[in-house]
Design a protein around this ligand. Sequence first.
Ligand SMILES: [Zn+2]
Length: 233
Amino acid sequence: MSRSKKLFKLQKIDTAIDTAHKRISDIESILADDEELKRAQKKEKNTRLELEEKKKILQRAEREVRDQERKIAQNKEKLYSGKITNPKELEDLQLEAESLERYLAVLEERQLEAMIVVDQYQTAHKEALEALRKVKENRKKLHVELNQEKSKLENDIEALKAERKNALEGIPEEDLELYEGLRQTLGGIAVAKTNEQSCSACGTQIPSAVYQKARSASQLTNCKTCQRILHAE
Ligand SMILES: [Zn+2]
């Protein structure tokens, strides 16, 4: 096997390992991201607190209606008890009865309005609860899938590392040093395959003399533009 072919094989393995590591890191970011969950929880909490507030307003309105009805009952009791015979007093009671009834109508209107508001907030809270339930359900499903993918990638990396160990055999120390150095400075890609007679990494045309060297079993050459080691099949 040519020197460049050995490095190219190593490159393929290292690229696969890098890709797996990158995906694992992406997966970890997704797993750690709880923005959507927090948003749904906040919405549920806010709508619940608002609903409680509106329910209190309704309870107060209901209490006021009951109090008013009690006052009306007391007024009627006096009015029809037969104990009050003074016409002025009876007239005052009659006027009070009318005024109490008028105000009861106002209070009942308020109670009705409060009921409508409670209904609206109940719907909003129900929707927020349902949305939260869905977020939790989707999140659970996603986490199961991602954790499965992550452990598969970890196994893949172990297998690739074993493969890498084998691929290292027979690579001269100086070639490996050159390879590792280029990998560090060139974004992980140290070896480029030739494509026709150009560099597959940067697209530069390769002069014939360089191309011949790239095909050689015993020599290493690099792309004059991107500096990567060239490998021609
Ligand atoms: Zn190049």
